[in-house]
Write a protein that binds this ligand. Structure first.
Ligand code: PEP
Length: 255
């Protein structure tokens, strides 16, 4: 099945209000110029509304959050931002399980699974991040780690939930390091993730977009996106430079 490529920008804890606004406009212009690629921008939460407005004005790109609370509803949860709030700000997507949150905010597989469920309950499309550390890769544990991380979410929400979800393979050792996975390494991991989903439902597995994330730049995007099971990218550092990011979006449009 042909899958529309998706390229998502994760700005992490970067930009001022003014920079966010400018970057969003430049990315929206780039996205509007490319056919058949879904572009998603995930700014810091405090800039969701202005970035959403800038994207909408130029009709280029959807809005997403970098995280979402696992708690549904409202209540005494200082600092949390619910899926409903992200929706209310114009968001369509939410990243869940980014390795930086797993590593520094204590988010384990069960917590990530609850966040995935909460995002969907609010009508958001989760972008579920999975990936192994260098130690795990060197120890030959990559497949087991991916199966465990994906399995926890499958157990929580069931395979049907993946009909409206996006997966992102993000090897931890490749994030922000300048050392991308090779196209072959990415393809092998993506094929493994798709096979795990296919064991429950082949049709859904075939339709799920699996993004690669980890030091994607304008000059290595094309060879990564050329892989059969790589359906776009989750871009950190390079998404802070519109020229770089737009070139990555263009590369996705060529596949
Ligand atoms: C990320 O933050 O998800 C990411 C992939 O970062 P980078 O592109 O900088 O490696």
């Amino acid at each position: 099945m042909p899958r529309t490529p998706l390229v998502a920008a994760n700005w992490k804890m970067h930009t001022t209000h003014e920079e966010a606004d400018r970057l969003a406009r430049e990315i929206a212009a780039g996205a509007a110029a490319v056919q058949d690629v879904d572009v998603v921008v995930c700014p810091p939460s405090c800039y969701l509304m202005p970035v959403g407005a800038a994207l909408a004005e130029r009709k280029g790109g959807a809005l997403g959050s970098q995280d979402v609370s696992e708690i549904v509803g409202t209540g005494a949860h200082t600092g949390d931002i619910s899926g409903a709030m992200v929706r209310d700000c114009g968001g369509t997507y939410a990243i869940v399980g980014h390795s930086e949150r797993r590593a520094t905010r204590g988010e384990d597989d069960a917590c990530v699974a609850r966040k995935f469920e909460a995002a969907q309950a609010a009508g958001l499309i989760p972008i579920l991040c999975v990936g192994e550390t260098l130690e795990e890769r060197d120890g030959g544990e990559t497949d087991a780690v991916l199966a465990r991380q994906l399995g926890a979410v499958l157990e929580q929400v069931g395979i049907a939930a993946f009909a409206t979800a996006v997966l992102a393979y993000e090897p931890v050792w490749a994030i922000g390091t300048g050392r991308s996975a090779s196209p072959e390494q990415a393809q092998a991991a993506h094929a493994r993730l798709r096979a795990t989903l296919a064991a429950s439902d082949a049709k859904i597995a075939d339709s799920v977009r699996i993004l690669y994330g980890g030091s994607v730049k304008a000059d290595n995007a094309a060879e990564l996106f050329a892989q059969d099971d790589v359906d776009g990218g989750l871009i950190g550092g390079a998404s802070l430079k519109a020229e770089q990011f737009n070139a990555i979006v263009k590369a996705a449009g060529n596949h």
